[in-house]
Design a binder for this molecule. Structure first.
Ligand SMILES: [Zn+2]
Length: 448
């Protein structure tokens, strides 16, 4: 997050600097400007010959198309597509006014004046020079107009929003190259990535994401496939912070199959999510019982049997004899058997250094032994009152980094975040977009 903030600051401050430069050039260049006025009743000042010859335009259309790279494994080529069609274009000549130009093209006088007035606070219309251009676009969708004013130093767009004309400087779109690379790891992830021309910031990000669930020295064996999809911002210099942004990373072999997608939420927070919309390093858990009725909280309490004041490191839930108990997440059986006052006790080990424990069970599910793999929602046992217990109940614990935490505060404790409802639906759309991009790029890859 700090990194993003820093980036924002860089973008904002560079925008301010660019604006200042524009302003400077305006006032410097406009020594003898053609006076182009928004009020059609005012007379125009005729510019000198000398001034006219000084001016030329070098600004072309506003649609940005990025060129592609010749490298076989690298594919670039996203297009910025306008939803507006260019319908007319005019170069300012002697005596032109914005109002006049628009009126000649069928705009109502009041519309033309409103447009001109919207431009004036940002680029004073009297500073518009001969050779500056005006482009008229019409929306494919609702037939509204967009005006783009192109001067020597700036571009300005005027659009109608809720009946009001609004003008804004057009910022040059970031020149992004989209880069996709896939490779098989032939020794370790770091060296293989470097050999495949993965920028260091991208591979560090990938390691950070995957290391929550993957042990790089144990799980990443020769032949593990890595797929990385990222942007390379051409407006940044080499090695500059923020030049590369990871959009997608996957690692897969016979054991692991992990993907992370960059997604920006509706409130503009960018984060990485797995394919189910769970934040990187997070975990979506389910309830250990069908119905949760808390009978004893996590925290200090007087023990119901011993009468001592003691810390209660879990939550007790009321249960009927032999109510099924579910694995809260995928995991491995870490302990199964009798454990002192806990009676029949089973503990599962999950990803992210999370464990869950279930005590006082009447019996365990058949075939479970230490080391068994369990899937989320598998029945692992049945409620009972073995060990030191006043009645049938489930004593349930969650252990994070060897510490027994309050299960009700699980999301907070592990900084868990996941997408839900509309946000999840949006994420799925974005996820498929990224997957489609990658699918198309994969087809173009030829291995030698
Ligand atoms: Zn308990």
């Amino acid at each position: 997050m700090r990194f993003l903030l820093k980036n924002k600051i860089i973008i904002i401050s560079s925008s301010i600097i660019i604006l200042l430069i524009f302003t400077f050039f305006y006032f410097k260049k406009a020594v003898q400007p053609v006076q182009i006025i928004s009020n059609p009743n005012m007379t125009n000042i005729i510019p000198t010959e000398e001034f006219i010859s000084q001016n030329s335009t070098d600004v072309t259309g506003a649609v940005q198309i990025l060129e592609s790279d010749s490298s076989q494994k690298e594919f670039i080529g996203k297009q910025e597509v306008y939803s507006f069609d260019l319908v007319d274009k005019h170069e300012f000549e002697n005596g032109d006014t914005i109002v006049g130009i628009l009126k000649n093209r069928g705009f109502e006088l009041s519309e033309a004046i409103a447009l001109s007035n919207a431009i004036n606070p940002i680029i004073p219309v009297k500073l518009i020079q001969i050779g500056d251009q005006i482009e008229i676009y019409r929306s494919e969708k609702d037939r509204t107009y967009k005006i783009i004013l192109i001067t020597k130093g700036a571009r300005l767009a005027v659009i109608k929003e809720k009946g009001v004309y609004k003008a804004d400087l057009i910022r040059e779109p970031a020149k992004l190259n989209y880069v996709y690379r896939e490779f098989l790891i032939d020794d370790n992830f770091y060296d293989s990535s470097i050999r495949n021309d993965i920028p260091e910031s991208i591979l560090n990000k990938a390691i950070e994401l995957h290391s929550k669930n993957v042990n790089f020295s144990r799980d990443i064996r020769v032949g593990t496939e890595s797929k990385l999809y990222f942007t390379n911002n051409q407006s940044f210099k080499k090695g500059e912070n923020g030049k590369f942004e990871l959009l997608y990373s996957s690692l897969s072999n016979q054991i692991i199959n992990e993907e992370f997608f960059l997604y920006e939420t509706m409130d503009e927070k960018k984060n990485y999510y797995d394919r189910d919309g769970v934040g990187a390093g997070g975990m979506k858990i389910i309830s250990p019982l069908r119905k949760l009725i808390e009978t004893s909280k996590y925290g200090m309490r007087v023990h119901p049997v011993s009468g001592e004041e003691k810390m209660h490191y879990g939550i007790d839930y009321a249960a009927e004899l032999n109510s099924p108990i579910f694995a809260i997440a995928d995991g491995v059986v870490d302990f199964i058997g009798v454990k002192g006052d806990f009676g029949n006790y089973i503990r599962l080990s999950h990803a992210n250094n999370v464990k869950s424990a279930y005590a006082h069970l009447n019996k365990f599910s058949e075939n479970l032994i230490k080391g068994s793999l369990v899937n989320q929602s598998d029945i692992i046992g049945y409620a009972g009152q073995t060990g030191l217990s006043t009645g049938v109940h489930l004593h349930y614990e969650i252990i994070v980094n060897e510490k027994r935490i309050n299960p009700n505060k699980f999301d907070e404790e592990i900084n868990n975040y996941f997408l839900t409802n509309e946000e999840l639906a949006e994420f799925y759309i974005e996820r498929e977009k990224i997957r489609n991009d990658i699918r198309q790029l994969e087809q173009k890859i030829t291995y030698q």
